[in-house]
Design a protein around this ligand. Sequence first.
Ligand code: ZN
Length: 295
Amino acid sequence: MTFRDVLIPQSRADDAHSGARHNGAPKKAGASAHSAAGRPVPPVLVYHKVECRNEFGVTRLSPRRFAGQIEALAVGGWRTLTLNELAAVLAGTRAAGPREVAITFDDAYRGLRDYAFPALADAGFTAACAVITEYAGRLNRWDVAIGGRRFAHLAWRDIARWHGRGIEFISHTATHPRLSWLEADQAALELTRSRTMLEMVLGAPVQAIAYPYGAAGPRERELARAAGYRLGFAVLSRWRGDVLAVPRTPVYPWSTSPPVAGPWGVLERSAAQIVTRGSFVGAMWRHAHSASPRT
Ligand SMILES: [Zn+2]
Protein backbone atom coordinates (compact mmCIF):
# COMPACT_ATOMS: atom_id res chain seq x y z
CA MET A 1 0.00 0.00 0.00
CA THR A 2 1.45 3.37 -0.94
CA PHE A 3 1.02 6.87 0.35
CA ARG A 4 -1.16 7.59 -2.67
CA ASP A 5 -3.35 4.49 -2.23
CA VAL A 6 -4.10 5.45 1.34
CA LEU A 7 -4.67 9.10 0.73
CA ILE A 8 -6.83 8.87 -2.33
CA PRO A 9 -8.94 5.77 -2.11
CA GLN A 10 -11.50 7.57 -4.25
CA SER A 11 -9.08 8.15 -7.09
CA ARG A 12 -10.68 5.61 -9.32
CA ALA A 13 -14.15 5.95 -7.85
CA ASP A 14 -17.09 7.95 -9.07
CA ASP A 15 -16.59 6.86 -12.67
CA ALA A 16 -20.32 6.47 -12.80
CA HIS A 17 -20.73 10.20 -12.08
CA SER A 18 -18.38 11.34 -14.78
CA GLY A 19 -19.78 8.81 -17.24
CA ALA A 20 -23.30 10.02 -16.64
CA ARG A 21 -22.19 13.58 -17.11
CA HIS A 22 -20.46 12.88 -20.40
CA ASN A 23 -23.62 11.18 -21.59
CA GLY A 24 -25.49 14.41 -21.20
CA ALA A 25 -27.21 13.63 -17.91
CA PRO A 26 -27.93 16.68 -15.74
CA LYS A 27 -24.92 17.76 -13.78
CA LYS A 28 -24.88 17.15 -10.06
CA ALA A 29 -25.67 20.34 -8.14
CA GLY A 30 -22.53 22.29 -7.35
CA ALA A 31 -20.25 20.33 -9.67
CA SER A 32 -17.79 22.33 -11.72
CA ALA A 33 -17.92 22.35 -15.49
CA HIS A 34 -14.27 21.35 -15.46
CA SER A 35 -14.64 18.63 -12.91
CA ALA A 36 -13.43 15.13 -13.58
CA ALA A 37 -14.66 12.80 -10.90
CA GLY A 38 -12.76 9.81 -12.19
CA ARG A 39 -9.34 11.47 -12.30
CA PRO A 40 -6.83 10.78 -9.50
CA VAL A 41 -6.72 13.56 -6.94
CA PRO A 42 -3.34 14.54 -5.53
CA PRO A 43 -3.09 14.07 -1.76
CA VAL A 44 -3.88 17.28 0.10
CA LEU A 45 -2.75 17.35 3.73
CA VAL A 46 -4.18 19.68 6.36
CA TYR A 47 -2.24 20.66 9.45
CA HIS A 48 -3.37 22.92 12.30
CA LYS A 49 -1.04 23.98 15.11
CA VAL A 50 2.71 23.53 14.98
CA GLU A 51 3.67 24.72 18.45
CA CYS A 52 5.95 23.91 21.35
CA ARG A 53 3.21 24.59 23.89
CA ASN A 54 1.07 21.60 24.64
CA GLU A 55 -2.72 21.56 24.61
CA PHE A 56 -5.53 19.16 25.45
CA GLY A 57 -6.31 18.70 21.81
CA VAL A 58 -5.29 16.55 18.92
CA THR A 59 -4.45 19.18 16.34
CA ARG A 60 -1.03 20.21 17.64
CA LEU A 61 2.22 18.87 16.27
CA SER A 62 5.55 19.62 17.89
CA PRO A 63 7.92 21.60 15.64
CA ARG A 64 10.31 18.64 15.72
CA ARG A 65 7.67 16.18 14.57
CA PHE A 66 6.50 18.52 11.82
CA ALA A 67 10.06 19.08 10.57
CA GLY A 68 10.58 15.29 10.59
CA GLN A 69 7.51 14.78 8.42
CA ILE A 70 8.59 17.44 5.93
CA GLU A 71 12.06 15.96 5.79
CA ALA A 72 10.59 12.48 5.20
CA LEU A 73 8.53 13.83 2.31
CA ALA A 74 11.55 15.58 0.81
CA VAL A 75 13.79 12.52 1.20
CA GLY A 76 11.02 10.39 -0.31
CA GLY A 77 11.17 12.51 -3.44
CA TRP A 78 7.87 14.30 -2.92
CA ARG A 79 7.29 17.78 -4.28
CA THR A 80 4.56 20.20 -3.31
CA LEU A 81 1.89 21.62 -5.57
CA THR A 82 1.01 25.31 -5.65
CA LEU A 83 -2.70 26.14 -5.73
CA ASN A 84 -2.46 26.93 -9.44
CA GLU A 85 -0.86 23.55 -10.10
CA LEU A 86 -3.44 21.76 -7.96
CA ALA A 87 -6.27 23.56 -9.75
CA ALA A 88 -4.77 22.58 -13.12
CA VAL A 89 -4.49 18.92 -12.09
CA LEU A 90 -8.11 18.92 -10.87
CA ALA A 91 -9.24 20.57 -14.09
CA GLY A 92 -7.36 18.00 -16.13
CA THR A 93 -5.10 20.51 -17.85
CA ARG A 94 -1.98 19.27 -16.06
CA ALA A 95 -0.94 15.69 -15.39
CA ALA A 96 -0.58 14.64 -11.74
CA GLY A 97 2.96 13.58 -10.87
CA PRO A 98 3.36 10.33 -8.93
CA ARG A 99 4.84 12.03 -5.88
CA GLU A 100 3.08 15.34 -5.63
CA VAL A 101 1.33 16.55 -2.54
CA ALA A 102 -0.38 19.78 -1.53
CA ILE A 103 0.15 21.02 2.02
CA THR A 104 -2.42 23.23 3.74
CA PHE A 105 -2.76 24.74 7.21
CA ASP A 106 -6.07 25.73 8.79
CA ASP A 107 -6.53 28.56 11.32
CA ALA A 108 -3.17 30.31 10.63
CA TYR A 109 -1.62 30.05 14.08
CA ARG A 110 1.47 32.07 14.95
CA GLY A 111 3.56 28.95 15.53
CA LEU A 112 3.57 28.44 11.78
CA ARG A 113 5.67 31.57 11.38
CA ASP A 114 8.22 30.34 13.89
CA TYR A 115 8.41 26.65 13.03
CA ALA A 116 6.41 25.37 10.09
CA PHE A 117 7.09 27.98 7.41
CA PRO A 118 10.88 27.97 7.94
CA ALA A 119 10.91 24.13 7.76
CA LEU A 120 8.97 24.27 4.49
CA ALA A 121 11.29 26.93 3.09
CA ASP A 122 14.33 24.79 3.97
CA ALA A 123 12.83 21.90 1.99
CA GLY A 124 11.86 24.16 -0.91
CA PHE A 125 8.19 23.30 -0.27
CA THR A 126 5.12 25.45 -0.80
CA ALA A 127 1.89 25.48 1.22
CA ALA A 128 -1.46 27.22 1.51
CA CYS A 129 -2.46 28.74 4.84
CA ALA A 130 -6.12 29.47 5.66
CA VAL A 131 -6.65 32.68 7.66
CA ILE A 132 -9.60 33.57 9.92
CA THR A 133 -9.39 37.21 8.95
CA GLU A 134 -11.10 38.78 12.00
CA TYR A 135 -8.66 36.94 14.26
CA ALA A 136 -5.36 37.83 12.58
CA GLY A 137 -2.97 38.90 15.35
CA ARG A 138 -5.44 37.89 18.06
CA LEU A 139 -5.97 34.92 20.37
CA ASN A 140 -8.18 32.02 19.28
CA ARG A 141 -11.24 33.07 21.24
CA TRP A 142 -13.45 31.54 18.57
CA ASP A 143 -12.42 28.09 19.80
CA VAL A 144 -13.12 26.13 22.96
CA ALA A 145 -10.04 26.34 25.19
CA ILE A 146 -9.92 23.01 26.96
CA GLY A 147 -7.62 23.57 29.93
CA GLY A 148 -7.81 27.33 29.40
CA ARG A 149 -4.95 27.60 26.90
CA ARG A 150 -5.22 30.17 24.17
CA PHE A 151 -3.04 30.35 21.06
CA ALA A 152 -2.18 33.42 18.99
CA HIS A 153 -2.92 33.69 15.30
CA LEU A 154 -0.54 35.08 12.68
CA ALA A 155 -0.52 38.87 12.53
CA TRP A 156 -1.10 40.67 9.23
CA ARG A 157 2.59 41.61 9.11
CA ASP A 158 3.53 37.90 9.33
CA ILE A 159 1.07 37.10 6.57
CA ALA A 160 2.40 39.89 4.35
CA ARG A 161 5.98 38.74 5.01
CA TRP A 162 5.43 35.09 4.08
CA HIS A 163 3.20 35.84 1.12
CA GLY A 164 5.34 35.33 -1.96
CA ARG A 165 7.86 33.23 -0.05
CA GLY A 166 6.21 29.94 -0.87
CA ILE A 167 3.15 30.41 1.33
CA GLU A 168 -0.18 31.20 -0.30
CA PHE A 169 -2.79 32.66 2.01
CA ILE A 170 -6.39 31.64 1.54
CA SER A 171 -9.64 32.29 3.37
CA HIS A 172 -10.90 30.38 6.40
CA THR A 173 -13.85 32.85 6.63
CA ALA A 174 -13.95 35.96 8.79
CA THR A 175 -14.91 34.43 12.15
CA HIS A 176 -14.76 30.61 11.75
CA PRO A 177 -18.46 29.72 11.89
CA ARG A 178 -19.88 26.46 10.61
CA LEU A 179 -21.23 27.97 7.39
CA SER A 180 -23.99 25.40 7.05
CA TRP A 181 -25.53 26.70 10.28
CA LEU A 182 -25.77 30.29 9.03
CA GLU A 183 -28.44 32.00 6.96
CA ALA A 184 -27.34 32.23 3.33
CA ASP A 185 -26.70 35.99 3.47
CA GLN A 186 -24.55 35.64 6.61
CA ALA A 187 -22.58 32.79 5.09
CA ALA A 188 -22.04 34.83 1.91
CA LEU A 189 -20.82 37.73 4.03
CA GLU A 190 -18.30 35.50 5.84
CA LEU A 191 -16.98 34.36 2.46
CA THR A 192 -16.73 37.78 0.84
CA ARG A 193 -15.51 39.76 3.88
CA SER A 194 -12.57 37.45 4.47
CA ARG A 195 -11.63 37.38 0.79
CA THR A 196 -11.77 41.18 0.46
CA MET A 197 -9.66 41.66 3.60
CA LEU A 198 -6.99 39.21 2.46
CA GLU A 199 -6.83 40.69 -1.02
CA MET A 200 -6.44 44.16 0.44
CA VAL A 201 -3.48 43.11 2.59
CA LEU A 202 -1.81 40.88 -0.01
CA GLY A 203 -2.54 43.00 -3.06
CA ALA A 204 -3.21 39.76 -4.92
CA PRO A 205 -6.25 37.65 -5.74
CA VAL A 206 -7.32 35.04 -3.18
CA GLN A 207 -8.53 31.96 -4.94
CA ALA A 208 -9.32 29.39 -2.30
CA ILE A 209 -11.46 28.85 0.78
CA ALA A 210 -10.97 26.21 3.47
CA TYR A 211 -14.40 25.71 5.02
CA PRO A 212 -14.35 25.78 8.85
CA TYR A 213 -14.84 22.21 10.13
CA GLY A 214 -14.79 21.16 6.49
CA ALA A 215 -18.54 21.81 6.48
CA ALA A 216 -19.69 22.56 2.94
CA GLY A 217 -22.87 21.26 1.41
CA PRO A 218 -24.15 22.21 -2.05
CA ARG A 219 -25.38 25.61 -0.78
CA GLU A 220 -22.04 26.57 0.78
CA ARG A 221 -20.13 25.47 -2.32
CA GLU A 222 -22.41 27.53 -4.51
CA LEU A 223 -21.97 30.57 -2.23
CA ALA A 224 -18.19 30.11 -2.39
CA ARG A 225 -18.31 29.95 -6.16
CA ALA A 226 -20.45 33.09 -6.25
CA ALA A 227 -17.98 34.84 -3.92
CA GLY A 228 -15.24 34.26 -6.51
CA TYR A 229 -13.39 31.24 -5.10
CA ARG A 230 -12.07 28.73 -7.59
CA LEU A 231 -10.98 26.10 -5.06
CA GLY A 232 -12.72 24.95 -1.89
CA PHE A 233 -11.14 22.66 0.68
CA ALA A 234 -13.15 20.19 2.73
CA VAL A 235 -11.85 17.61 5.21
CA LEU A 236 -11.86 13.86 4.59
CA SER A 237 -14.65 14.03 2.05
CA ARG A 238 -14.71 12.07 -1.19
CA TRP A 239 -13.63 13.60 -4.45
CA ARG A 240 -16.73 13.95 -6.56
CA GLY A 241 -15.27 16.14 -9.26
CA ASP A 242 -16.19 19.49 -7.67
CA VAL A 243 -13.23 21.86 -7.32
CA LEU A 244 -15.19 23.66 -4.58
CA ALA A 245 -15.06 20.48 -2.46
CA VAL A 246 -11.50 19.20 -2.61
CA PRO A 247 -10.90 16.44 -0.04
CA ARG A 248 -8.06 16.81 2.44
CA THR A 249 -6.49 14.45 4.94
CA PRO A 250 -5.81 15.84 8.43
CA VAL A 251 -2.43 15.16 9.98
CA TYR A 252 -2.49 14.30 13.68
CA PRO A 253 0.25 13.74 16.26
CA TRP A 254 0.04 9.98 15.72
CA SER A 255 0.40 10.27 11.94
CA THR A 256 3.17 8.28 10.36
CA SER A 257 6.13 9.97 8.74
CA PRO A 258 5.60 10.84 5.96
CA PRO A 259 2.01 11.44 7.04
CA VAL A 260 -0.64 8.83 6.29
CA ALA A 261 1.80 6.50 4.54
CA GLY A 262 2.23 2.81 4.98
CA PRO A 263 0.00 0.07 6.35
CA TRP A 264 -1.05 2.19 9.32
CA GLY A 265 -2.71 4.65 6.98
CA VAL A 266 -6.10 2.95 7.03
CA LEU A 267 -6.16 2.86 10.81
CA GLU A 268 -5.07 6.46 10.85
CA ARG A 269 -7.88 7.52 8.55
CA SER A 270 -10.38 5.78 10.84
CA ALA A 271 -8.96 7.67 13.79
CA ALA A 272 -9.18 10.90 11.78
CA GLN A 273 -12.86 10.18 11.08
CA ILE A 274 -13.50 9.84 14.80
CA VAL A 275 -11.65 13.06 15.56
CA THR A 276 -13.57 14.91 12.86
CA ARG A 277 -16.78 13.75 14.50
CA GLY A 278 -15.35 15.01 17.79
CA SER A 279 -14.76 18.44 16.30
CA PHE A 280 -18.40 18.41 15.20
CA VAL A 281 -19.42 17.83 18.80
CA GLY A 282 -17.14 20.72 19.79
CA ALA A 283 -18.80 22.97 17.24
CA MET A 284 -22.23 21.96 18.56
CA TRP A 285 -21.11 22.90 22.05
CA ARG A 286 -19.82 26.29 20.86
CA HIS A 287 -23.00 26.86 18.91
CA ALA A 288 -25.18 26.11 21.93
CA HIS A 289 -22.93 28.19 24.17
CA SER A 290 -22.98 31.26 21.92
CA ALA A 291 -26.76 30.97 21.54
CA SER A 292 -27.39 30.96 25.28
CA PRO A 293 -27.94 34.30 27.02
CA ARG A 294 -24.80 35.65 28.66
CA THR A 295 -24.95 36.50 32.28
ZN1 ZN B 1 -10.42 25.91 11.36
